[in-house]
Design a protein around this ligand. Structure first.
Ligand SMILES: Cc1ncc(COP(=O)(O)O)c(C=O)c1O
Length: 282
């Protein structure tokens, strides 16, 4: 029987409800995290809590719970589910207040967490993506619950038979609608640096770490739209998708188009990543 956590209590999801004046509902005034669980082990717990604290600080909130309290909540949720691989979604809003833009009228955050199974997916065989102007705001480094632009971008991708939209701001790649981007071009693997236009993906950082450890030619630098369009390989990363090869961009094959499957560098990084994960979670 899978439980959710809401403000100090564990309940069935049907029994969990929040006040309509919650600022998450009224303003989208809150932040979230998604933490993968593999083989019932919390993957990169410290990194996710650190990013949560960065997001909270950026919206002038404190972490309402201690690290060990989060750990305990996650384990309760994990244990209430029968699935070994799960993703924990947690959301903190500024809480219930009269409808007023002023943040000082809210004094008690709403804290919610749930776990869902990570579905087996076919992403490893490769996806299609589109390019799109980055229509989001200037604070993409905050993991904010206000995701309407990202939802519209994913909708546009889907309308064109694609799974992800790779975003371009002033001629340069920022990230995917819900993923980070790596490009292999001119013998290098490149990912955009972490700025306010990019979410600091936990998977991105781990991929960077693994590439460097294995002496693969990584560089964190801006990627022009032209470099993206001429790339030999493109990968998108996220906690639940892991490392996904993009095989078609804007209806054109990525790379030479000679091979129909993921490229050799993806094969290599994915093998290292899966080995790392297995060692961590077994
Ligand atoms: C905009 C955006 N960038 C990047 C990511 C990947 O982050 P992570 O690897 O921490 O899941 C996500 C994940 O949802 C995202 O929404």
């Amino acid at each position: 029987m899978s439980l959710v956590y809401l403000n100090g209590e564990y309940k069935l999801i049907e029994e969990a409800s929040v006040n309509v004046l919650d600022r998450g509902f009224i303003f989208g005034d809150g932040v979230y995290e998604v933490i993968p669980i593999f083989n019932r082990k919390i993957f990169r717990f410290d990194d996710h809590i650190r990013r949560l604290e960065n997001s909270l600080e950026a919206i002038y909130m404190n972490n309402p719970l201690e690290k060990k309290e989060w750990h305990n909540i996650f384990n309760q949720l994990i244990n209430s589910s029968e699935h070994p691989n799960q993703s924990i979604y947690l959301q903190i809003t500024r809480g219930v207040s009269k409808r007023d833009h002023d943040v000082s009228v809210a004094d008690k955050p709403t804290v919610f967490a749930m776990s869902r199974p990570i579905e087996k997916n076919d992403f490893f065989s490769g996806i299609k993506a589109i390019t799109h102007e980055d229509i989001r705001w200037q604070y993409c480094d905050i993991k904010a619950i206000t995701l309407l632009p990202s939802i519209l971008l994913r909708y546009k991708a889907k309308q064109q038979g694609a799974r992800e939209a790779i975003l371009i701001r002033k001629g340069y790649v920022t990230e995917g609608a819900a993923s980070n981007v790596f490009v292999c071009a001119n013998g290098k693997i490149v990912t955009p640096p972490k700025t306010n236009h990019v979410l600091a993906g936990i998977t991105r950082d781990l991929v960077v770490e693994i590439l460097l450890e294995n002496n693969l030619p990584l560089s964190e630098e801006s990627i022009s739209e032209n470099t993206l369009l001429a790339a030999d390989e493109i990968w998108v990363t996220s906690s639940t998708w892991e490392i996904v090869p993009v095989l078609e961009l804007d209806d054109k094959s990525v790379g030479t188009g000679e091979s129909s499957g993921p490229g050799p560098l993806w094969q290599e990084i994915n093998r290292y990543y899966q080995e790392f994960k297995d060692a961590y979670c077994n």
